[in-house]
Each structure stands twice: as structure tokens, then as C-alpha cells.
Design a protein around this ligand. Structure first.
Ligand SMILES: Nc1nc2c(ncn2[C@@H]2O[C@H](COP(=O)(O)OP(=O)(O)OP(=O)(O)O)[C@@H](O)[C@H]2O)c(=O)[nH]1
Ligand SMILES: [Mg+2]
Length: 424
């Protein structure tokens, strides 16, 4: 029996099992079994070098955004409009068959946008080109889930389920569970609060399923069985996701209003220009639309602003001593790609720079006063200006060439410290 059939069988068993206190342990075990099988499914087949027929493209720019969605929701149209890179768009499904990269120039930064083939239900099990699409989206910083506003809300759940099945967690933070495998000592189970979803026995059973008999587990929040499995598996990727509802030109204003009020959601239309949207409607939907540029497609400004916010990019401008800051070419940092401290900033410029830095002068939001003298651990914020002050070359105490003094003592004899007189 193949892995997919095994998963299907366990899922069927879970569906058959009633959920109550008595079956809780059994269901927990089944969940762990499924998680193990799914991890096996993601491993490259034995004997292969790992490089398959995926469509990975070279990383470029300061961040990477993947467009994920069902076929014909308007991903390629969106890529063409946002980046100017042409990607074939047509009214039939599966127009795009590979990964097409484009670049968005926004706020002095370059963001790589990837157009991907549409995925369908069962993508996580390898249907269509689902697995490759998901692999590419795992390599990006954020995911834009493009949805057709005129289709049912169920699409969003199906896609989320597909992504969850391969270990992607959207808009979630890692569970607050400390877990460490040990060599001896059995299992130590602790929690800092009362747990309502899991108890010691269930935790033991799940660890047993993974053949872990010595470990330390500390719950710092009221976590579920799924959270514990995620922590044990340890290969989950926590990503931000923006739900982009396209084609709002074909639905009523009430529906647009409802969609726009959902968290992490933006409503857009590639076919409609902002100017074509009636003024009255704009007023009603002011919370949902940014229609400041009448000739851009509807609400692209807000979409870009949301992407920018989710990426958390930090632009730092350098200022050479005695000169104006260079506002044309920022150093772009982010917490996900290496961090935003002064040390990361210096390493970004040159990896050997750090040992010459004495301190830095910072102007901007992160500084308490202008300029603030900061050390290497200071965390920079967007649009800060930084001047690096280097350590002085070691003072050689005057003299040149063969007259150079190697002593650190003051030059004048009268300034030198007197030695205590010898005791006779
Ligand atoms: N009404 C309307 N139609 C749109 C909008 N955006 C795109 N379309 C149409 O939707 C159809 C599909 O667009 P594509 O960009 O090819 O969609 P896709 O998601 O890339 O599709 P696949 O590559 O097949 O996965 C095209 O006929 C577009 O003209 C929109 O905002 N409103
Ligand atoms: Mg396409």
C-alpha cells in the first residue's frame, strides 16, 4: 500500500471515530501517524539526488512573494500588472505551466514576485504540479493567496488545508512548547498553566508513536495535539499570508464589504481602474479601498502597502562622515533574512567591517535623540540613517621610519611615572 492510501485509510478511520474523552488518545495517535506519513511523502525518493523537475528560479531582490491559487483566478494578470513582466493570461484553466518571476519596485526596494501554475485539491499529495508549486512557495518570504471573489469561500479553506498538509502554517506563530530529546532519563512533562487539550498520558502516547522515550517537554501555552506534533516534527514553516480577492468587479458591494473586513485580506480588481469605480461606492468602502491613483487597477496601492507591511523590510541609509546621507541606495534588512541590528547592517556592507567599527551614529525612528551613539546590538528601524565611526589606527606615539617609538610611555621624561626609590 502506498503512502497516500495509508493516509486516506487513517483519515477514514478518524472520520468514523466519535470524538469524546475515551477516544481522545486514539485520535491523537492517529494524528501523529498521519503527520509521520506526510513527512515521508515530502522526502525525495530514495536514490535521487534531491534535484527533481521542480521549477525553482534564482532568488533576486530583497524579498520573495509567491502567488498561490486555483487556476484562472487572475494570478498571471496580477503579475503582469504589478511587475510589467508578461505572463500569459487566458480564460481557460492551467494557462501558466511553470514559474514566472517578475520584480516589483516599491519604496526603493526590489521584491521578487513569482507567478505559479494553479493548484487543485489534492496538490499536497502530488496532484497536478502541486508539490512543486508548494516547494517554491516554501522558499518565499510571504504568500499571496489569490482567490476569485465570485467563487465560494470554501476555496480559501481548501488551499489552506493543502498548504497545512505539507507543513506550511499561515499567519500563525510557532507553539510555545519547549521540546528537547535526551539520551536518558525518561520523559519529563511540565506545564506553566492548566492544559485543557492535552494531558500527560496523551503526550506520552504521541512521543511513543515517534519512538521517543527520553525527552523534556514544557508547555508554555494551552497547546493542542497538533501543536505538539508540529513541535516534534520540527520542520514546519511559519509564513505570513495575504488573502487577495480578485475580480471584485463581478460581485455586489455587500460582498466586497464582507470580504474586505476579513483579517489579512485585500480586495482588488485587475480589470477595473480606480477611476471607473463610482464615487459613492468608494465612500462606502473607504475602509477597504485606497483609490488615490485613478488610473491604476483598483486597490493595487493597498495591496502593495499590505505586502510591504507583511515583509517587514527595514531600509537603512548610509551617511559618510561630513556628507549628506545617500538616499538613493538603501541597505535593506529584515528580521527573517539575517536580522536588523547594527551588526547585521555592518555585515551587509562588508563582512570584515565589523572589527573596525567603534560605534555608529543613528538618526531616525530607532534613535532616542539625534544622533544617538549606538553599539552593535542596537536594532534599526525603517528609514534610519547610520554613520559608521571607525576605530582610529593605533597611535604610534609620533616619529617616523626608524625614529618610530615602540614604547607606550609618554614622550616627555618629566611626564613619565616615577619609579619608587630602591630600598637600601
Ligand atoms: N472580471 C475579471 N476578470 C479577470 C480579472 N483578473 C483577471 N481576469 C480574467 O481571468 C482569466 C484568467 O486570468 P489568468 O491571469 O490567466 O489566471 P491565472 O490564475 O494565471 O490562471 P492559470 O495560469 O490557469 O492558473 C482571464 O480571462 C482574465 O482576463 C478581474 O479583476 N476581473
Ligand atoms: Mg496563470
Amino acid at each position: 500500500m502506498g503512502i497516500i492510501e495509508k493516509i486516506k485509510e487513517i483519515e477514514a478511520e478518524m472520520a468514523r471515530t466519535q470524538k469524546n474523552k475515551a477516544t481522545e488518545y486514539h485520535l491523537g495517535q492517529l494524528k501523529a501517524k498521519i503527520a509521520k506519513l506526510r513527512t515521508q511523502l515530502l522526502e525525495p525518493p530514495k536514490g535521487s539526488s534531491g534535484a527533481g523537475d521542480g521549477f525553482e528560479v534564482t532568488k533576486f531582490g530583497h524579498g520573495r512573494v509567491a502567488l498561490i491559487g486555483f487556476p484562472s483566478v487572475g494570478k498571471s494578470t496580477l503579475l503582469t500588472m504589478l511587475t510589467g513582466t508578461h505572463s500569459e493570461a487566458a480564460s481557460y484553466e492551467f494557462t501558466t505551466l511553470t514559474c514566472i518571476p517578475g520584480i516589483i519596485h516599491y519604496n526603493d526596494t526590489k521584491i521578487q514576485l513569482l507567478d505559479l501554475p494553479g493548484i487543485i485539491e489534492g496538490a499536497s499529495e502530488g496532484k497536478g504540479r502541486g508539490r512543486q508549486v508548494i516547494a517554491v512557495s516554501k522558499s518565499s518570504d510571504i504568500v499571496l493567496m489569490v482567490l476569485d471573489a465570485s467563487k465560494s469561500e470554501g476555496h480559501r479553506q481548501i488551499l489552506t488545508r493543502e498548504l497545512e498538509a505539507v507543513g506550511l502554517r499561515l499567519n500563525k506563530r510557532p507553539p510555545q512548547i519547549y521540546f528537547k530529546k535526551k539520551k536518558t532519563g525518561g520523559i519529563s512533562f511540565n506545564s506553566t498553566l492548566t492544559l485543557t487539550h492535552i494531558d500527560e498520558k496523551l503526550c506520552y502516547q504521541i512521543l511513543h508513536e515517534y519512538k521517543i522515550h527520553n525527552a523534556e517537554v514544557l508547555f508554555r501555552e494551552d497547546a493542542t495535539v497538533d501543536d505538539l506534533i508540529d513541535v516534534i516534527e520540527g520542520n514546519r514553516k511559519y509564513m505570513k499570508c495575504i488573502y487577495v480577492y480578485n475580480k471584485i468587479d463581478v460581485i455586489g458591494i455587500d460582498d466586497v464589504d464582507k470580504l474586505a473586513r476579513q483579517p489579512n485580506s485585500v480586495v482588488i480588481s485587475c480589470n477595473l481602474k480606480a477611476a471607473q469605480f463610482s464615487c459613492a461606492v468608494k465612500c462606502i468602502l473607504l475602509h477597504a479601498l485606497d483609490a488615490c491613483f485613478p488610473h491604476t487597477p483598483l486597490n493595487f496601492d493597498r495591496l502593495l502597502a499590505k505586502v510591504w507591511e507583511a515583509m517587514g523590510l527595514v531600509r537603512v541609509y548610509t551617511k559618510p562622515q561630513g556628507q549628506q546621507p545617500d538616499f538613493s541606495d538603501p541597505v535593506v534588512l529584515s528580521a527573517d533574512r539575517g536580522g536588523c541590528s547594527v551588526e547585521d547592517f555592518c555585515n551587509h556592507i562588508h563582512r570584515n567591517l565589523i572589527k573596525d567599527v567603534k560605534y555608529v551614529l543613528v538618526w531616525g525612528i530607532s534613535a532616542r535623540h539625534y544622533p544617538q551613539h549606538c553599539g552593535l546590538s542596537h536594532v534599526l528601524q525603517d528609514e534610519d540613517v547610520v554613520q559608521i565611526v571607525k576605530k582610529k589606527e593605533k597611535d604610534d606615539g609620533g616619529g617616523r621610519g626608524r625614529f618610530k617609538s615602540h614604547s607606550t610611555a609618554p614622550a616627555r621624561i618629566s611626564d613619565r611615572e616615577k619609579k619608587a626609590p630602591l630600598k637600601t
